[in-house]
Design a binder for this molecule. Structure first.
Ligand code: SF4
Length: 428
């Protein structure tokens, strides 16, 4: 949207006080995210009511979910753009400035076109590559398939072309995302084809790291494992949302990977890709979750030992099958279970951190630390931006996007302190 607006002659500013129009791009997959989106809109609604903005548009999942109701509830909103209509953002903005109230909400069928004027909002040295849209998994707790529609993949050539362009602009790390990356290509090539895409990405000159997020456990096959093992550019890191460790609950969630299957997949990854870091996400408090189920989850955590993890409390979302399920778990119970699971995971993260002290690793520098001018923040293969910890290095001369070799000197629960080492060039 930023690229389209810029190409239409608009100036993009990051300071709201210099803006004529604000476009709020929203999330609404759980109540907390929707609330955060609404809070942001309300901040700008005040400016709009005071006449300090000429227009306020809301895009993405929130309007896709709540439709024109959103404009009724927050009358300062001039127009809405659903998840299928990002391509019409210029038209929406012009309509809004012309006093109309655009509401573009048709079926979510949007897919980033081959040549899109993309503006990257992350630092230049890394970018998210959205390789597809939509999901067919229909997990019982998830509203995303209704908001984003079925799987649509971007052709390999389109992704490669975008990657080459981003590399020219300084990208060194590409983070491959989609609602489910392991379904990539199923619609275009007759079968899931993530490995095919990764193979091509690895050939892009100047791209150093490829990081895969949101892989569905039962679709991590031997081909993908072997590719990760044999391709230095694919970092030894995999985000593999598992959600639970009790088969009874996994079935109720409509997840298509059993506990044993997931243990097997993680075992395969650990065997063939030594040193791999696994990130996962888990849900506690899903309807019907008993103490026994939760114990199974804790036991599962001990077997899988994910180095990185997030635990989420089940969010009861209207429009999902789980909304009407019996035996909803009381909030206090879910809170307690989340706390216990987080503690168990923190212990694993701490032990992993300690095991790295003294080791040598290659990092990419993100930039100066917020805490001290003398320190820079960096990440290794084991840290994805935003969600994982950081590696702090006491050398302020290092520049964003630069690679450096460091020795890990100290580890806290999630973060690390490291010193530069000369002459060490590992692949990861
Ligand atoms: S795989 Fe992810 S996006 Fe798809 S339905 Fe399940 S939770 Fe939602």
């Amino acid at each position: 949207m930023i690229g389209l607006l810029r190409d239409a002659g608009m100036e993009i500013v990051s300071d709201v006080h210099r803006a004529d129009v604000v476009v709020v791009n929203t999330c609404s997959f759980i109540a907390d995210a929707a609330q955060e989106s609404v809070d942001a809109i309300l901040d700008y609604a005040d400016l709009r009511a005071e006449g300090r903005l000429r227009g306020l548009l809301v895009a993405g999942c929130l309007p896709q979910r709540y439709g024109v109701e959103l404009m009724r509830e927050i009358p300062e909103v001039d127009g809405i753009i659903g998840t299928g209509q990002f391509g019409r953002c210029v038209e929406a903005l012009e309509d809004a400035l012309g006093g109309k109230h655009p509401a573009f909400l048709e079926t979510p069928g949007y897919l980033q076109p081959k040549r899109s004027p993309r503006v990257v909002t992350t630092p230049a040295h890394y970018a998210y590559l959205k390789v597809g849209e939509g999901c067919v998994n229909r997990c019982a707790y998830c509203i995303i398939p209704s908001l984003r529609g079925p799987v649509r993949s971007r052709p390999v050539e389109a992704v490669i072309e975008e990657t080459e362009e981003l590399v020219k602009r300084g990208m060194r790390e590409a983070i491959v995302i989609a609602q489910d990356t392991t379904m990539y290509g199923a619609d275009l090539y007759g079968a899931p084809s993530l490995a095919k895409l990764l193979r091509e990405l690895a050939l892009v000159e100047g791209l150093e790291w490829i990081r895969v997020m949101y892989a569905y456990p039962s679709r991590v096959d031997r081909e993908l494992v072997e590719l990760m093992a044999s391709t230095p550019k694919i970092v030894k890191y995999l985000d593999l949302p598992m959600q639970h460790g009790s088969d009874r609950l996994l079935r109720a969630m409509n997840r298509h990977a059993s506990r044993d299957q997931m243990i097997q997949v993680v075992g395969d990854l650990r065997e063939h890709v030594p040193g791999i870091v696994i990130r996962t996400s888990l849900i506690v408090g899903f309807p019907g979750e008993t103490d026994d189920d939760f114990d199974e989850l804790l036991d599962f955590i001990k077997i899988i030992r994910p180095e990185r993890a997030g635990v989420f409390k089940f969010s009861r979302e209207e429009g999902t099958p789980a909304y009407d399920m019996p035996n909803q778990v009381p909030q206090e119970v879910a809170d307690m279970r989340r706390k216990i699971a987080m503690e168990a995971l923190k212990e694993i993260s701490r032990e992993y951190g300690q095991s790295r002290v003294g080791s040598l690793v290659r990092v990419i520098v993100d930039g100066p630390s917020e805490e001290s001018e003398l320190v820079v923040e960096a990440r290794s293969f084991a840290e994805a931006p935003d969600v994982d910890g950081k590696i702090y290095i006491g050398d302020a001369t290092l520049q964003p996007g630069q690679f450096a070799d460091v020795r890990i000197e100290d580890a806290s629960d999630y973060d690390f302190a490291a010193n530069l080492v000369q002459g060490y060039h590992p692949h990861t």
